[in-house]
Write a protein that binds this ligand. Structure first.
Ligand SMILES: CC(C)(COP(=O)(O)OP(=O)(O)OC[C@H]1O[C@@H](n2cnc3c(N)ncnc32)[C@H](O)[C@@H]1OP(=O)(O)O)[C@@H](O)C(=O)NCCC(=O)NCCS
Length: 252
């Protein structure tokens, strides 16, 4: 029987390999397994991270999921606690991958340098500049989900999402954002699970990205608008995804 459990250190070789083979979007998969392993470990260790694996009967890892309950807080924590190790691993990987280093310099170096400067207090922090009324709710993000290619369409991905939903709602999170490439395997999967398309933009590498909202429980179906709440159609993503949709009344 399939089980969904928190990532263990001994799983990382398998999960980094799954990530590198199946999730090609962005810079990180190009930096190799060592970098990816550290990156994944940061989700498992962060108080704002969720890192799960799916195991089959033989205890083999057949899927993995990484997400955050509060994205900005998570990355602040990671910068502080994993920043130097990730930077070393990333630079080491780029020494033997000149094309990746060039792409990094062209598309991301300025942004990363600003992030480090903010972290060191040279620039004002993003949280300070975003400290306006109504802008303070943490944003949960489902960062990556991947299942073994030989195990697709058997419910492994759905079980990982349920595991994420259970753990995130237990920490007071009601909805999450996720980004996936248009035309990729994520699009039909997330739409099948009832995710709501909320935006579309181009990545640094020119790929078209779709942004979806994942409703984790009924509370998550409400939208805050200038401090007031507006009713939304509840899409029962799981476990009652196929139940009839209902309209919740306006709340005071
Ligand atoms: C996306 C991914 C995680 C889905 O995993 P999975 O284990 O195949 O998903 P499930 O079997 O749990 O599928 C859940 C539902 O989505 C549907 N679904 C999954 N992939 C689908 C596809 N490519 N086309 C149509 N429907 C699909 C399933 O049929 C199932 O519906 P059902 O329960 O009504 O039958 C997997 O394809 C994958 O690892 N892709 C590569 C990595 C990736 O693109 N990740 C997403 C971006 S972060």
């Amino acid at each position: 029987m399939l089980s969904i459990e928190p990532l263990r250190t001994s799983d990382i070789e398998a999960t980094a390999s799954l990530h590198r083979k199946n999730l090609r979007l962005g810079l990180f998969p190009k930096l190799g397994r060592h970098f990816l392993g550290l990156y994944q470990e940061s989700f498992a260790r962060s108080p704002y991270g969720i890192a799960l694996v799916a195991r089959d009967d033989d205890d083999h890892v057949v899927g993995a999921l990484f997400g955050t309950t509060a994205n900005a807080e998570h990355y602040r924590w990671v910068t502080h606690n994993f920043g130097s190790r990730l930077a070393l691993a990333g630079c080491g990987a780029m020494l033997t991958r000149p094309q990746v280093a060039l792409d990094f310099a062209r598309t991301r170096m300025g942004r990363y340098a600003r992030g480090v400067a903010r972290h060191m207090g040279v620039l004002p922090s993003a949280s300070a500049s975003a400290a306006q009324p109504g802008a303070s709710r943490p944003v949960s993000v489902l960062s990556h989900i991947v299942t073994d290619a030989t195990m697709r369409r058997r419910g492994v991905g759905r079980r990982l999402i349920e595991g994420f939903a259970n753990r995130a709602t237990a920490r007071g999170v009601h909805r999450a954002l996720l980004v996936t490439e248009e035309g990729g395997l994520g699009t039909p999967f997330f739409e099948r699970l009832g995710c709501r398309l909320v935006g579309q933009h181009k990545s640094h590498d020119g790929a078209i990205l779709r942004e979806y909202r994942l409703i984790l429980d009924e509370e998550g179906a409400y939208e805050d608008l200038a401090g007031d709440r507006r009713a939304y159609t509840v899409v029962h993503a799981y476990p009652k995804r196929l139940g009839s949709a209902s309209i919740l009344p306006e709340r005071p």
